[in-house]
Ligand binder design. Structure first.
Ligand code: PA5
Length: 464
């Protein structure tokens, strides 16, 4: 494992009354064992098939890479249609591993098509997409685990229609490939009928745990991302997360500290990477943490209404926006810093030509400054008694990103196990999906429509 985890600032020795005492970690030995067993004993089973996603063979990787190259060589743009877990993995990894201004790079330098991950159905965004892509040379990956999500299906219908008009029916089929559950859902049925290439998603891999399945790997292959490195990193982290001792297992330790903090009233989990490339890792984290742990009942059916609200923050940008609150506001947060030791580029700060600025920045680099600011913020928060911990990446590359993703998945699974809830369902999301079907007039949802229509809305509380 290349990542380093520093929990010092979660401890009472650093943050006083709001911290955790070493004895509290030791006293919870039975809880650690139970949480560990629940996750590890179920590895690869039921909804925990995600633990196996990094284990694909070299042949499978070679096949995916060859497919990706065949698209990369002919596409001017590559569009991913998906939402939630079917979009955030591709977004976070591509953001981390591609050039930060990938789409704006001159074609010769870009080495891969322009990338658009369309995870919303704002009509203006759809119209804007048509303004920047040439449909004739654009390829589309439609991703939906259920094959039923209204947002993704509507996007698919719009784009397939546009494609047919632009290149004709036969050629249009070559521009679309789908990633979905084999044998299930509307998208699979359409893909079979139309003859689109289909990539499967294993039955026991849920959306937010699917980044290392074909959901992520197909887009990564198209974009020329190092899949082998990503999976290698994920496997290294899997090994670390299978260590039975809480003090050497980063995911088990994080889960325990977060759940304990949550129970002590720290209801907000702030994810604060100090690297623009990792900005959307916070989106990935926010989804997996919120959707997995925000649950009404525990596995015994008892009402618990648990969960910790995840919040996104970017270092150093949000030091000038959020950190005042983190330092002096309510003691309701745990801040996770993500630091990068060595950046891909080094930018020196030139000597000031004006005496007014002075020379305190002279001879330093932005690299030194960003890391000094992260450490300074860690210090300030700790001094103010605010719980925080740091994940340190030696650098951002496929391996370390693979490690980080796997860590997020294991932390979430262990946290759910400590809480005694079903980590892998999302009844709250499903309810909204069903209500959408009802309101849009899908057959079979008439009763739901009646329920939606019966929801009382009083004019007394509307201001216009
Ligand atoms: O994590 C999840 O299960 C959800 O966020 C889904 O990914 C999201 O609702 C999209 O579902 P689907 O992939 O079935 O279109």
């Amino acid at each position: 494992m290349k990542l380093k985890f520093d929990y010092n600032n979660m401890m009472a020795s650093a943050v006083g009354a709001h911290g955790v005492k070493p004895s509290e970690i030791d006293k919870a030995a039975a809880l650690h064992t139970a949480a560990y067993k629940e996750v590890i004993d179920n590895s690869g089973k039921g909804w925990q098939e995600w633990t196996e996603t990094p284990m694909i063979s070299d042949e499978q990787i070679a096949e995916l890479s060859a497919f990706g190259k065949s698209i990369r060589d002919k596409a001017s743009s590559f569009v991913v249609l998906g939402i939630g877990g079917s979009a955030l993995g591709p977004i976070s990894v591509c953001n981390a591993l591609l050039h930060l201004h990938h789409n704006e790079l001159p074609e010769k330098q870009r080495k891969a098509p322009k990338l658009y991950v369309e995870d919303n159905i704002d009509p203006e965004r759809m119209a804007a997409l048509f303004d920047v892509i040439d449909v004739k040379t654009t390829y589309f990956n439609v991703i939906t685990k259920s094959g039923e999500t209204s947002e993704t299906l509507s996007q698919f219908l719009i784009l397939y229609n546009a494609l047919k008009k632009a290149v004709g029916e036969a050629a249009a089929k070559e521009h679309i490939f789908v990633t979905t559950t084999i044998g299930k859902g509307s998208l699979y049925a359409v893909a079979q009928k139309e003859g689109f290439k289909i990539f499967g998603i294993p039955g026991g891999v849920g959306g937010r745990f699917s980044v290392l399945s074909n959901v992520g790997l197909v887009p990564f292959a198209v974009m020329g991302i190092d899949i082998s490195g990503l999976l290698y990193g994920a496997r290294a982290m899997r090994e670390a997360c299978e260590r039975p001792d809480v003090r050497s297992n980063p995911a088990l330790m994080t889960a325990f500290l977060q759940v304990k903090s949550m129970k002590d009233g720290k209801n907000v989990s702030v994810m604060m990477p100090y690297a623009d490339g990792l900005r959307t890792m916070s989106d990935f984290y926010c989804q997996i943490w919120a959707e997995s742990l925000g649950k009404a009942v525990n596995k015994k059916g008892k009402t618990v209404n648990c969960g910790q609200t995840p919040a996104k923050s970017l270092g150093v940008t949000d030091q000038h926006s959020q950190v005042q609150l983190y330092t002096e506001g309510p003691f309701d947060k745990v801040v996770t810093f993500i630091g990068v030791e060595t950046f891909g580029d080094s930018v020196e700060i030139p000597a000031a030509e004006t005496a007014e600025i002075g020379d305190f920045l002279k001879g330093h680099t932005l690299n030194e400054l960003i890391n000094a600011e992260r450490k300074a913020t860690e210090f300030a928060l700790t001094k103010a008694g605010r719980s925080n911990y740091t994940i340190l990446l030696p650098h951002v590359d496929a391996e370390t990103v693979g490690e980080l993703l796997m860590y997020f998945m294991y932390v979430t699974a262990f946290a759910g196990a400590y809480l005694g809830i079903d980590t892998f369902n999302q009844p709250g999301v499903e309810e909204g999906k069903k209500a959408t079907f009802a309101m849009i007039g899908r057959a079979g949802y008439e009763q739901k429509l009646a329920e939606v229509n019966a929801a009382i809305k009083s004019d007394d509380y509307i201001i216009c």
